[in-house]
Ligand binder design. Structure first.
Ligand SMILES: NC(=O)c1ccc[n+]([C@@H]2O[C@H](COP(=O)([O-])OP(=O)(O)OC[C@H]3O[C@@H](n4cnc5c(N)ncnc54)[C@H](O)[C@@H]3O)[C@@H](O)[C@H]2O)c1
Length: 329
């Protein structure tokens, strides 16, 4: 299938491009490189440096590349910034996505796979988190993703769009061969930050809150390997053959790990000491977030290959060791 990967030069998108190729599909990448990296995508793959909210340019790509399905990874994803600059988030994550959907419909492309997030649930009352939990985001980032989810439901009903929205927990790790990996700027994700502290690229890692009601007092999160995430996006293709289908899936391993466990695992994998500074809790950090992803496993036959934290961190370490400065461009 010819698949347009919007945001395909970013962290998760570039790994999904690899998985699409491995599964015999034909990925085409669209990315304005606001955060992505040109060298995260092989030179053989058609690459369009353009904005997803540009209907003329996107329409031309859809037609000329005979696109049958669009995967949409592009977004701004800094939770704190979304609170101070919500306009930017509504514009890029919601308005531009609406333009993209309109352009797809205008060009007869009606299959869509969307990167949503566990942030749409806000602070859950029950764990593990199932898809039917109430969705009450506590920041504009999560709200923009929920707004797109709602828009998708209406478009499926009214226009026969078929879509899958995946609510990711914490994407982690890197390609097995270490050739591509995580390189956000600024980086806010725990595993790359802990690795940087281990290698001396950062002075230390801060633990925000050591008095949570969790086994070791630090927050619990669900780290899912980026290649496992990517494979779910392909496993859902058959579901999208029926016009008007809409489905939502949590993607996480269901095995929570604490901040301290991440630090210990990085030390074990790298053989390096991680300097740690303990700090106060941050507002808006729930003690524990982890998925029940049995729906994806049962309905899509999704299999989690990276079930051990150590294996996920080993892939991340392979990437960071070989590319201490990240991508060249
Ligand atoms: N990384 C995670 O743990 C995580 C967790 C939950 C949800 N998500 C969601 O998954 C998606 C991918 O996350 P990521 O970590 O790969 O992010 P990323 O920043 O690495 O990738 C996003 C890509 O989109 C591109 N982009 C942004 N706005 C664009 C626009 N207007 N036009 C064209 N390209 C544009 C960027 O240049 C970048 O390459 C995001 O939608 C994010 O909200 C990520």
């Amino acid at each position: 299938m010819n698949v347009l990967v919007v945001g395909g030069a970013g962290y998760i998108g570039s790994h999904c491009v690899r998985q699409l190729e491995a599964a015999g599909h034909r990925p085409v990448v669209l990315d304005n490189l606001v955060f992505g990296h040109r060298s995260a995508v092989s030179a053989e793959i058609p690459f369009y440096d353009c904005d997803l909210g540009d209907p003329e340019a996107v329409g031309k790509i859809l037609r000329e590349e005979s696109i049958e399905l669009v995967m949409h990874f592009a977004a701004f994803a800094y939770v704190g910034e979304s609170v101070t600059e919500p306009r930017k988030y509504y514009e890029n994550n919601f308005v531009a996505t609406l333009r993209l959907l309109e352009t797809m419909l205008d060009n007869g492309v009606k299959k869509f796979v969307f990167s949503s997030t566990c942030a749409t649930y806000g602070e859950p009352d029950t764990l593990p988190m199932v898809e039917t939990l109430p969705q009450a985001p506590i920041n504009p980032y999560g709200q923009t993703k929920l707004d797109v989810e709602n828009c998708l439901k209406a478009f499926a009903h009214a226009y026969g769009l078929s879509f899958a929205a995946f609510r990711y927990f914490n994407a982690a790790g890197a390609a097995e061969d270490g050739s591509i990996g995580e390189d956000h700027n600024p980086e806010t994700h725990l595993i790359p930050l802990v690795i940087d502290a281990a290698t001396g690229r950062r002075e230390h890692i801060k633990i925000f809150g050591t008095d949570y009601d969790t086994p070791d007092g630090t927050c619990l999160r669900d780290y899912v390997h980026v290649d496992d995430l990517s494979r779910a996006h392909i496993a859902v293709f058959d579901k999208l053959n029926e016009p008007g289908t809409g489905c939502f899936y949590n993607l996480g391993t269901g095995k929570p790990n604490s901040v301290r466990e991440i630090i210990d695992a990085v030390e074990a994998v790298t053989g390096l000491k991680v300097p740690v500074v303990e700090d106060e809790r941050r507002a808006g950090d729930p003690p524990a977030l982890y998925a029940d992803s049995s729906k994806a496993q049962q309905e899509l036959g999704w299999k989690i290959r990276y079930t051990e934290l150590k294996d996920i961190i080993e892939t991340a370490w392979r990437w960071h060791k070989a590319h201490p400065d990240g991508f060249d461009d």
